[in-house]
Each structure stands twice: as structure tokens, then as C-alpha cells.
Design a protein around this ligand. Sequence first.
Ligand code: FE2
Ligand code: ZN
Length: 430
Amino acid sequence: MPSSETSSSHLEGIKKRGFYLDDIYQHVKSDAVKDLKIVEDGKHLQVTWEDGHVSRFYSMWLRHNCHCGACLPHTSTVLVDFTKLDENIKITSAKMEGDEVIVVGWTGENAEEKTHEGPILTKFLRYHDYSDAADKQRRQQRAMPFYEDKIIPALEYNDVLNSDETLYKWLNALSEQGICLIKNVPLNKEDMLKAAERIAQVQHTIYGSTFEVETSPDPVPENAAHTRIGLDLHMDQIHYESPPGLQLLHCVKFDECIKGGENFFVDMHEVATKFKEEEPEAFYALTRIPSTANTVDYKRARPAHVRIQRPLITVNHKDEIVSVLWQPMLIAPLQVPEKDVEIFYKAYKKFYSLVKTYQSMYVHRLRPGDMISFNNRRVSHGRRAYTANGHRLLQGCYINASEFQSKVQMFHNKYGGGRWPVRNGSIDWQ
Ligand SMILES: [Fe+2]
Ligand SMILES: [Zn+2]
């Protein structure tokens, strides 16, 4: 099926359909093509760029990404039907059309689609280049930096609300370091939400759209957070398929007379990286054997039976740590093959011990007006026990991990040279 646009209008057609992504492509350097070569009997297109870099694109990969109006209509949906394609599809032609478009032709013998021709943007190819060198560069940008000095960056609430520059500082702190303090937040829920919404709409959970943390008069409260006891390091809501990305915890009241109650934070990806180095066998056991996290409570105001089974640590196909989940208080009975039970518990105890004795942490006693924000998928938080005198009230909300990453990427495109965001601890393998 030939493309419906005439060859001279390919670039125009791509722009009209909204696939010339200026926000991204403005940062693509060296997309000028020096040489095009069809190699291995049409299996790959080899592109030599002006800067000397060489990329190779597999025939089916290119066919999948054809930019013609039939394959990529303005609905932003890839409409390439693979059932109609020959799996041994060959590239038969590749020609430059102006400086920015390569028109590629394909043939396939043993399938419904015998030939196809369509344009592909050079900027698209350079941006999506999957060569080892390009992949390495992206992964370097994605790697989490770990800081020896555990100093919490701080910003002013009014600046976060009114200046995009400060918002970018906030996003950067959360992305690079995983934690940031916002000062002088007015002592009400609406103003806390205004700050949250600078990043994204809040993520609802079984606790609603916001939550409060204060000592409950109930002798057996629904949640350990509503007591005065110390809380061990944990991430919130790991029993969700998508545990909250960011957590915002805003201090409304914290009387000076109260002793204790400080919050502390540990970078779990830093801990997991050390665990991998020191206890590789236990580390890989936790990546392989799934544990179950749940909240089962039929008596609460909003009854809940949420559960999920998956490993506490996930590595990607490059053996990079992409996700760490940590909330011992939500761990349900282990249900794995009998041979794995002992292996799991030995590994779990080792990791638990490393987390609990980890020295490098952020510590902060919140004052009224302070709002601590942190990446709940990267940084675990805890609380020291506090005395019964006085009043301590925190309120909080969550932001979804994907929406956080989306905002960081858009701001990097606008102000950060288009770099890729640091990995945010979600399951994203890239
Ligand atoms: Fe918590
Ligand atoms: Zn096409």
C-alpha cells in the first residue's frame, strides 16, 4: 500500500498530522545524514551521520515506524498491521527527500503486503537510535546519583507557585536526589494541593485524595501512623500496582513541647545498590522470588482488599536496578514454591538488616508550614516516636510516578537541553 501523500508533501504531511515533535527534536543534534546504505540484502538500513556516528535500523523496525499517513494517522496511533507483513520484509530503497526526510521502500514476498513506501524523519531516527553508544548515553542520564552529604534542598512555597524556574528546581531536586523541602506553605489543605498541582493532579488511594497523620483517640487505630510509636522505614502503598510516585507531607501543627517525632529518609536504591555488591546471592533471590503486599480490612470506612505479588527488587534486561519496594508492615504470608521459602527469608532478613542499620539518611523535624516532598518509589521514610504532650498534625497527598516523570521530561525539554530524566523507581526498564 503506497502512502497517500505525494512525495513532495511528506514533511508537510508529517507536520500537519502533529508528528514533528519540536519540543523533543529541537535538542537532536547531528541529524544531518552523510550516507545511507542498505546492507545485508535489505535487512538493515545503515545511516552514517555528519558527526561520524553510524546507526543501523532493522527492516521491520523501520516498517513499524513508517511516518506515512496510513501508518501514522493524526490519531497518534500506530496502524501497522503486523499480520499482513512478511517477517522477512526487505528494505528495497532509501532516498533523502530534502534534509529531514528519508523515503524508505520495503517488499515482502510471503504476506498480504507486497510493497510499501513511506517517509521517516531523520530527527526521529537519531532520537530513537538504538545503537549501543546511544543506549549507553541514555542510560547514563537515567542513572540515579547518590549523594554522600544528606542535605535536603529547600525552596519557598510562593516561588514554587509563581515561578517556573523554581518549579524546575523542585522537579530537579525530586528527580536527582529524591527529596526536597518546601517552606512556608500556608496551613491548610487547599494551599498544599496548589503546590501538588504544579506537578500533577493528586493520586487517589483507599485513603482518599489526601490523608492526615495525627494521634488517634482510638486505642486501636486503623493505621500505625495514627499512634505515637516510631515508624520504621517504609514506602507508602506498595500493595498498589502503581504505588504513589511522589509523597507530599505537610506539617500543620507540631508543638515545640513534643519530644521526638522527627522524620528520617533513606535512599532505597542506594541501599539496594550496596546490597547487590555485598550480598549478590541474596539480592538476586529478592529479584526472583515474589513477596506479597496487601491491605485487607473489611471493617474500615472504605473496606479494602488490595493485594499484589511481585519481587521487592526489580532489575531490567541490563541488570540495572529499576524498582525497589519496601514496606515490611504490609508484607502478607509468602506464597511461593516450597524450595524458595527458606531462600526468601534468609535474603529478606539480610536486606531488612541492611535497611535498618543504614547510616546515611536525611533527618528533619518538620515545623508548621514545612512540606517535605519525596519520591516514594526511591526514598523510604520513617518517624521517631514522640511524647504525648502537645499536638502534631500532618496532612499529605500523592502524585503518580508516571505523571511526575512526564512533568520532569517536559521541563527537561524546555529548560534542561532535552536530557532524559533520572530513573524514578517505577517499573520502567529504560
Ligand atoms: Fe508513610
Ligand atoms: Zn506507511
